[in-house]
Write a protein that binds this ligand. Structure first.
Ligand code: FAD
Length: 469
């Protein structure tokens, strides 16, 4: 018998429950990818995500070829494509791994019902998370809004599972349409603004595994402390690989646990806790789907976000605010498709508090420019910093970007790397070039003063906040 294995955000052969089920139950799998961005609600993948996906799909196809199979690509609509394909290839079943974005969840429910209605077997699996978003519940049987009790409960309910290895051979189904060329999906950018990405990243399963190995040999040791240091490679940089499902969280855990000893235990535990935030983000997305666009805390529905100033927003996006740590982060993002977590918090705080712009503006920009853009993690991150979300840092706790830079980029190296105009400027002035005007303006047209003065921006934000009480 034949079965369609519908690949989505699980672009791997290792530890892939949908593929494994097909093979174990003796189906000949038809490996399929369907391009249907208009089925993702208002959050169709952005440009950086598309650039990544193009390469990740090429890598998956190559991995399948090496095992005697291939990836068949189609352009949606998804349901119609699956129905036609099942008929043309004599498939009896369709298997896929779940996604949790609200629009996709709804679509998949409809697709499942419709395929079953046609007499096909349609089944979905958890290939992305340690827990299903609905598994962890409060004592009142409801969802959590605070991370610590959520994670405590999750750890108490822990059921480890060993990852499955990728099959060494996959007998492809000869029948059925071959699909379209990868280029026909038009995911790769027309202009090569993404060159900087590929100096850092290798999309695909092999790249993901290598990134994890590099982390285990290096930054894992001291992760507890260095994870907050943007001037160092202190984290795993697995986020795009995890988002696209090029590696499963159970594989990550298994490889980390193999390294557990007295000297690594605290670092491994700290890392697992970060994976816990990813779980929490999916829990929230599932239970509070409206938060992709609306505040979780309705108090902020009456907050005065000020008027949308396109010029100011543009300066933030391009890394020209005159606040060095903010500009460094925004330029790292533009060049590499990624930004360090600590700096994400700093730039988000400057936008939503000092500049008093709606968090959605920032979330949208991140969505288009991050290679790890993820609706669960991005929504949580922005609402957390803005103070509008679950377990949020309160609005009145406003990051001072200069203090943050001094603390987490103490030698100013991160700033010098991404804002090279300031590399020759001595410390501590490099953290705040406007503080010693007598030494002359910063070189190469770098703004002499911040777009929004730190003290004034802070005062105005607190004033606006006090009026929402
Ligand atoms: P590591 O420190 O190595 O962490 C390991 C993994 O744990 C990450 O790959 C990620 O999957 C998960 N993780 C770590 N921190 C968080 C967190 N705070 N929330 C949820 N999961 C986490 N992460 C995304 O994957 N996609 C996003 O779109 C995204 N948007 C963000 C927006 C804002 C405003 C903020 C403050 C954070 C955002 N994050 C997002 C979370 C975090 O910044 C990134 O996951 C992290 O920087 C990725 O780098 P890493 O893989 O080296 O992290």
């Amino acid at each position: 018998p034949n079965a369609i294995v519908w690949f989505r955000n699980d672009l791997r052969l290792d530890d892939n429950p949908a593929l494994r089920t097909a093979l174990e139950e003796g189906f000949a799998p038809l490996c399929v990818y369907i391009h249907a961005p208009d089925e993702e609600g208002g959050w169709a993948p952005g440009a950086a995500s598309n650039a990544w996906r193009h390469r990740s799909l090429a890598a998956l196809d190559a991995d399948l070829h090496a095992r005697g199979a291939r990836l068949r690509r189609f352009v949606g609509p998804s349901l119609q494509t699956l129905t036609t394909l099942a008929a043309a290839s004599d498939a009896e079943a369709v298997f896929w791994n779940r996604r949790y974005e609200p629009a996709v969840e709804k679509r998949d429910t409809r697709i499942k019902a419709s395929l079953r209605g046609q007499g096909l077997r349609a089944e979905s699996f958890n290939g992305a998370l340690l827990f299903e978003p609905w598994e962890i519940k409060t004592r009142q049987d409801g969802p959590y809004k605070v991370f610590t009790p959520f994670w405590r409960n999750a750890l108490a309910s822990w059921r480890s599972r060993a990852p499955w290895d990728a099959p060494s051979e996959i007998a492809d189904v000869a029948a059925g349409p071959a699909g379209v060329a990868l280029e026909a999906l038009k995911l790769a950018p027309e202009r090569d603004w993404d060159v900087g990405f590929w100096e850092r990243w290798t999309p695909g399963e092999t790249g993901a595994r290598e990134a994890l190995e590099v982390f285990i040999d290096g930054a894992l040791h001291g992760y507890c402390v260095d994870r907050d240091r943007p001037d160092r490679v202190g984290t795993s940089r697995l986020s795009p690989h995890l988002h696209f499902g090029e590696i499963s969280p159970w594989r990550v855990l298994a490889m980390l646990e193999a390294e557990r000893k007295a000297s690594t235990a605290a670092d491994i535990d700290a890392y697992i806790r970060e994976l816990g935030w990813r779980e929490f983000a999916h829990h929230l997305l599932h239970h509070f789907p409206d938060t992709i666009d609306s505040n979780l805390n309705p108090r902020f529905d009456h907050f005065d976000w000020g008027k949308r100033d396109a010029r100011q927003l543009g300066a933030w996006q391009r890394g020209c605010t005159g606040v060095p740590i903010v500009d460094a982060g925004m330029r790292e993002l533009w060049r590499t498709g990624w930004m360090h977590n600590r700096v994400r918090m700093i730039v988000a705080s400057y936008l939503t508090k000092h500049m008093r712009m709606h968090w959605r503006e920032g979330a949208r920009w991140f969505w288009d420019t991050l290679v790890d853009a993820d609706l669960a993690n991005n929504t949580l991150g922005w609402q957390w910093v803005a103070g509008t979300g679950a377990d949020a840092s309160p609005y009145f706790r406003i990051f001072n970007p200069v203090t943050q830079a001094r603390k987490f980029d103490p030698a100013g190296e991160y700033i010098a790397r991404w804002v090279p105009e300031l590399a020759g400027m001595p410390l501590p002035r490099r953290f705040a070039p406007w503080t010693a005007p007598k030494s002359g303006p910063p070189p190469d047209g770098y703004p002499a003063t911040p777009l929004v003065d730190l003290a004034e921006g802070r005062a105005a934000a607190l004033q606006a906040y006090s009026q929402t009480r």
